[in-house]
Write a protein that binds this ligand. Sequence first.
Ligand code: PMP
Length: 399
Amino acid sequence: MGQELYDDFLRYLCPTSVEPLGLVIERAEGCFLWTPEGRSILDFISGIAVSNVGHGCPEVLRAIRAQVERHLHVMVYGEMVQEVQVAMAQRLAEITPGDLTTAFLCNSGAEAIEGALKLCRKVTGRPRIIAFAGGYHGDTLGALSLSGEPRYRKPFEPLLPEVHILPFDDPDALRTIDEQVAGVVVEPIQGEAGIRVPGPDFLPTLSARCQEVGALLILDEVQTAVGRTGRWFACEHWGVIPDCLVLAKAVGGGMPLGAFIGRPELMHTLSIDPPFAHVTTFGGHPVSCAAGLAALRVIEQDGLMKNAEAMGAYLRHAISALPGVEGVRGMGVLLGVVLEEPSLTRAVLRLTLERGLLLGDFLNADGVIRVAPPLVVSQELCDQAVEVLAESLKVARKR
Ligand code: PMP
């Protein structure tokens, strides 16, 4: 059954690379994926920072079932009052910093970035957008225009004009941000750049500079939010409050959901001159909102942010000590393992998977391994993963 399905996967689905992971998945629960043959795989990438509450979380499944019984899609976003959508937006207003109390709900990270880009143009009337080297914000044309990796931009040019890319984590370079700038889009911790955590001054300096020149600070927390770094949002580690916060991935509890959230006076500009300046059919789908709300509840009730912090520190300490590892970067369970020999990355990933552990690489970084288990991960599973990684590194380095 597995082989036939795999062949059809190759035949009918548009590929995104010449060597897809190609794991056939039968079911998933907690920190594990299962193949049709009954092989279990320890998932240490969480569907790329999505499954923060683990796979098949009972509370999330219950909330989905209850919402399905009530209603699915009823109308395009923004027209009808759907209780679950209101509850989701209200909960986001409660947990986000400052007075980020108005949420536009959409379907994905790239879509949320597109909305944030339109917001900063609409609010300021200015042309220019600033983004950062190494950054990743999605693959729609607007989001791709912000890519800090030229090889992904190149085949699709011309992209958005007036996008300037600055070096990441260089407070001095921020002086070039001037009154021409509508918005600055930045990940507080760069994800696809191989988990790059900026120094203490970068984000506060950036925030101050944006305020000085009247540009909107847009924080892309698609990968960093919803407890993964040990706080609801990574920006809390620096005490920085953006003008607009961009979310997706884990915020839907495993269902597609995105959001860009800002102060009311900024967000309300999208409803006038002209009305319907930004709309979406499926944005804030009721089933996604139900799942996301349940996930937020579980993260809080089960103390998952504390666990993310503790397990992250534990993994970091253990992995740093392994032969072949140059260092471990990150916060909470958002980690990048820098290998001494970058060319071994693919071999190490193949070897860990053969031994039942799923790790990953990054779009914009070579020689770094992605370690991002669900926030529910236990110390026992961390030990298991470290053991497999140690063994795989040993085998790869001997070859
Ligand atoms: N921003 C960041 C920081 C991301 O990591 C991603 C996805 N990896 C995106 C935006 C795009 O999100 P999506 O794939 O949902 O469009």
